[in-house]
Write a protein that binds this ligand. Structure first.
Ligand code: HEM
Length: 322
């Protein structure tokens, strides 16, 4: 073979290898996630490890909830569950535990444990729900199982056509997974939740995604008030209403905030705290039968950074803090 032809062949080969490498990267659209379990289109499970934190991603062809349970003792019993859904762009995730063979599976917090989900995000698009969440391998919580590395763990999964956590699954299954230490990454765990709310606007942004809200944020006494569910749900906080006391309780991880309609003093983990030290007129109010809470007070006490842009009248809430 002539020298020139040889040279051309080598160049062609190099171009071929280069194109192959590029296409390989494009195919790996799951980024740093590695697939560890699959049951057709119904349930795909990916993970990655970073130190003592594991991040999972579930993908499922459903518009209802998706759920995973770790290490059941029999049927569903004693499974450490994470159940999640996306509705109107808002992701709801619970850390639950099945106390019986076929439920119930109350939240860990109801049983005396903690919500140990460190971060989560998700989307629902073209009939596919995708949920990511991270947690410590060993949360030290009685209602969480230890996620082992290089050792088999039994899992159960379920999906539903409904978002209601209490609706029975339409499909379910089980399997065995092994998370490998060789899949560890040094990259930090992802996902901050960033909410942007504009005064007077019924559109908010949750991680840059537009979400329609039923009541726009308002300013009274120089403070922004908002129906709290729009802030609490994306952060994974729970909100309870006590009609007799006219009290709202917002709980996120170890923080519990109690606020009363018309009262300028709230309780943060049982300690009386003035909602606004400069203005005692800043109180929770009811507007159009919606409870409107002072956004800054609640968000800051839940461990968020709160920013205000006067020009665009935008409140930016970042969780967790920098
Ligand atoms: C929402 C409330 C739930 C109810 C009322 C419920 C109820 C039941 C019932 C009655 C069965 C036995 C009948 C059957 O096989 O379909 C069952 C089985 C099963 N459930 Fe659930 N379930 C619930 C949530 C979940 C969740 C969240 C998961 C997964 C994380 C799950 C995983 C399973 C699995 C894997 C089985 C089969 C167990 C076996 O036969 O070994 N379930 N469930």
């Amino acid at each position: 073979m002539k020298e020139g032809t040889k040279f051309k062949l080598i160049i062609l080969l190099l171009v071929f290898i280069f194109v192959l490498a590029l296409s390989g990267q494009a195919v790996n659209s799951q980024g740093q996630f590695t697939k560890v379990f699959e049951s057709g289109e119904d349930f795909k499970l990916y993970y990655y490890l970073a130190g003592d934190v594991v991040s999972f991603k579930i993908e499922s062809k459903t518009l209802g909830f998706v759920a995973i349970g770790f290490d059941p003792s029999s049927y569903m019993k004693d499974a450490d569950m994470v159940i999640a859904y996306v509705k109107d762009g808002i992701v709801s995730v619970i850390d639950a535990y099945s106390t019986g063979n076929f439920g119930p599976h109350p939240e860990d917090t109801t049983l005396g444990g903690k919500n140990n989900i460190l971060s989560f995000k998700g989307s629902e698009s073209q009939g596919v729900t995708s949920i990511e969440f991270s947690r410590n391998l060993d949360t030290k919580d009685k209602y969480d199982k230890v996620i082992t590395i290089d050792k088999e763990i039994k899992i159960i999964w379920a999906i539903s056509s409904s978002d209601n956590f209490d609706t029975k699954h339409s499909k379910r299954g089980s399997g065995v997974i092994t998370l490998k230490s060789s899949d560890s990454t040094t990259q930090p765990t992802p996902s901050k939740t960033i909410l942007k709310l504009i005064i007077g606007s019924k559109k908010m942004l949750v991680n840059d995604k537009e979400v329609l809200i039923d009541v726009a944020p308002i300013i009274t006494e120089g403070r922004t008030l908002l129906p709290i569910r729009w802030v609490s749900e994306p952060l994974g906080a729970q909100v309870a209403w006590d009609g007799t006391e006219r009290k709202v309780t917002v709980t996120l991880k170890e923080t519990k905030i109690e606020l009363w309609i018309g009262k300028s003093i709230a309780k943060v983990n049982g300690v009386n705290t003035q909602i606004d030290a400069q203005n005692s007129k800043v109180v929770p109010v009811i507007v159009d039968s919606r409870t409107m809470l002072p956004v800054r007070f609640v968000s800051e006490n839940l461990g968020c950074d709160v920013g205000w842009d006067d020009k665009t009248k935008t409140v930016t809430i970042t969780y967790p803090k920098q």
